[in-house]
Design a binder for this molecule. Structure first.
Ligand code: UFG
Length: 341
């Protein structure tokens, strides 16, 4: 099938393109490269031996997006990753987030409606749950007030898709709520490429270990958790990527139980920040320079997924354990350093 992957040069997008091609899907990538690089496309080709079609433009541009769909009206399905994703940046510049994340989704849905493209997989986030009252968090758990404009864009996007599948019965959708994706492809050819100082834990750990950063701050050590540091459900990016292929196939083979379905994508295991650091030190043999500091504003204390629904309905289960995740992130950082030499 011919699948459009928006944001296909990005972190989760690039891993998903590789998995789609492995399963024989034909991929068209649209990416404006605002948070990635054209080298990623070359590396996808090195891994899979197949060149995806690549078009560089901004999906917030209505005319360009409409023109793209006119030229690619035979697309069978879309996986929509392209979006801004930094929580702190969204607080500082909410309008940029609303314009980018919402406008691109609207343009894509219009393209689907006009060109009768039936299937959409949407990148959502566990951020839609805020700090859940009950853990593990289920897909049916209440959507709490968003902690950031970024989180709000994910809530609004899900609502826009839900309204669209009702109004335009030709469109079916699956929203995948990611927990914390980490790690990199086994080949160390694709991985997370943070611009500037990383916000997320794993890139900060690997950059500290390799000497790009002096010290890792562990945000908060007084949480109500086993060791006082915050708990998240870390999932290997390749496990996550594979779930997207399954979601596309589910819609194409008409197994969906509703016009819009929602699935949690996590491992079901909560890990503290210190547990992740311990895993990293164990697999890399590098002692990390870290310090316990104040909580980071906007962080929730703990969240991990109830994965039963995704496991049963998608027939999918995250396979990789934390040591594989941290080791692959380390190999990726080492490979990046090698390439810069
Ligand atoms: N952390 C540190 N030091 C750092 C970076 C992170 O201690 O330098 C801690 C955070 O405080 C948090 C944990 O590591 O306790 C994970 O933090 P990340 O920034 O890696 O991930 P978040 O859980 O904050 O954010 C992720 C995604 C968001 C998404 C959110 C939903 O990056 O896009 O999950 O909960 F919105």
């Amino acid at each position: 099938m011919k699948i459009l992957v928006t944001g296909g040069a990005g972190y989760i997008g690039s891993h998903t393109v590789v998995e789609l091609q492995k399963q024989g899907h034909q991929v068209v990538i649209v990416d404006n490269l605002s948070n990635s690089s054209a080298d990623v496309i070359d590396n996808i080709v090195k891994i899979s031996g197949v060149a995806p079609v690549f078009e560089k433009f901004d999906l917030t541009d209505q005319a360009l997006t409409a023109d793209f769909f006119k030229r690619h009206s035979n697309i069978d399905g879309i996986i929509h990753f392209a979006a801004f994703k930094a929580v702190g940046e969204s607080v500082a510049n909410p309008l940029m987030y609303y314009r980018n994340n919402i406008q691109s989704l609207i343009n894509i849905l219009e393209g689907m409606k006009v060109n009768k493209i039936p299937y959409l997989v949407f990148s959502s986030s566990c951020t839609v749950y805020g700090q859940p009252d009950e853990l593990p968090v289920k897909e049916t758990s209440p959507i709490k007030e968003a902690f950031s404009p970024y989180g709000f864009t994910k809530q609004v996007s899900e609502a826009i898709i839900r309204d669209s599948v009702v109004a335009y019965p030709g469109i079916k959708a699956i929203a995948l709520r990611y927990f914390n994706p980490i790690g990199a492809h086994d080949s160390a050819l694709i991985g997370e490429l943070p611009l500037g100082v990383p916000n997320n834990l794993l890139p900060f750990i690997t950059q500290t270990a390799i000497g790009i950063r002096q010290e890792l701050n562990v945000f908060g050590s007084d949480y109500n958790t086993p060791d006082g540091t915050a708990v998240r459900d870390y999932i290997h990016v390749v496990d996550l990527a594979q779930a997207h292929v399954i979601a596309v196939d589910r819609m194409i083979s008409r197994k969906s139980k509703a016009p819009m379905e929602v699935f949690n994508l996590g491992t079901g295991n909560g890990l503290t920040v210190l547990e992740v650091i311990n895993s990293f030190e164990r697999v890399s043999g590098v002692k990390l320079n870290y310090r316990l500091v104040e909580r980071r504003p906007g962080d929730v204390e703990k969240v991990w997924a109830d994965t039963a629904y995704a496991n049963e309905e998608l027939g999918w289960k995250a396979k990789k354990a934390v040591d594989e995740m941290t080791l692959s992130a380390w190999k990726w950082e080492l490979a990046l350093a090698d390439r810069k030499k």
